[in-house]
Design a protein around this ligand. Sequence first.
Ligand code: SAM
Ligand code: SF4
Length: 323
Amino acid sequence: MTSLVDPFSRSIDYLRLAVTDRCNLRCVYCMPPEGVPHLRHEDILTYEEIVRFLRISVQAGINKIRLTGGEPLVRKDLDHLVREISSMRQDVDISLTTNGILLAQQAEKLAAAGLKRVNVSIDSLDPATYRRITRTGTLEQALEGVEAALEVGLDPVKINVVVLEQLCDELEGFVNLIYRLPVHVRFIEYMSPCGVFDSSYYVSAEEVKNRLAGYGDLTSAQPPVGAGPARYFSLPGARGMMGFISPVSSHFCPECNRLRLTADGKMKPCLFSQDEDDVREILRNSQDDAPVLEAIRLSLSKKPRDHGGFKVQSSRKMSQIGG
Ligand code: SAM
Ligand code: SF4
């Protein structure tokens, strides 16, 4: 199989694809209350364009594709896209990051279309705090999404929790969750360059881990499929694990294996890079795959060694890149 290697000899086999910039929530750390200006409908890649881009990427060496957004489940017929991707090649790992609000309605058809696993973002298990963080969300709906994902056999199901100020007082709820359900909870450090808070809100994943140790013997554990940069720990007798993702306190750039494509067809070599290479116009103006591949290689060639300590303020917010 061919492979993509960046200038720092890292193998790049993972693509994060934002299928939309729209979202049904307004999380306080991700966007302002009024949301962010939407892309024009005609500027968003069609499914046909996405599928063509992915086919070329998979031939070039991408074998993990994560659908994200905005909120990917607000895009109509996402299962059609999943089906197209899963028919490309058996060994392509397709995953989804969602806020879970629409997951209960869609889990069954997504699994039938070939989705293997899912990450659901739930930052608090207290309904009022969840509503305060998401501004519009209902915790019950997100949790129904998690249950539906488990019922249809998506595996693993991971819960993404951005570490915010109140979390340290709410850890018991997440501990109880991994005893009750076979889900893995992952605490993610808040990244201010793509967010809308100032960095005084930052709490490190290490601090969360130290506090969790109060609930039992945290033992370093074998990560589940698609662990990426997370470090995992088990608690005695729990059905799921606790994971910690520390992009701020101990960045994982040396192991970076990813490229990103925004909903409007811009390739980004790094979440924090200002570089964007347009593939949309190439996809629209040429039937030849060679220039598309060239654009992928160009973005690859611009992958920085690291994000430079988050000195750069990203020009796009997380919902516009895909996290
Ligand atoms: N809407 C989907 C969701 O919330 O899961 C997918 C898109 S969201 C941008 C992807 C992930 O990025 C989510 O887990 C979200 O919590 C996380 N995220 C958003 N803004 C962040 C920030 N400033 N720092 C850390 N994580 C962030
Ligand atoms: Fe929407 Fe996800 Fe951003 Fe929350 S984190 S506002 S759910 S895109």
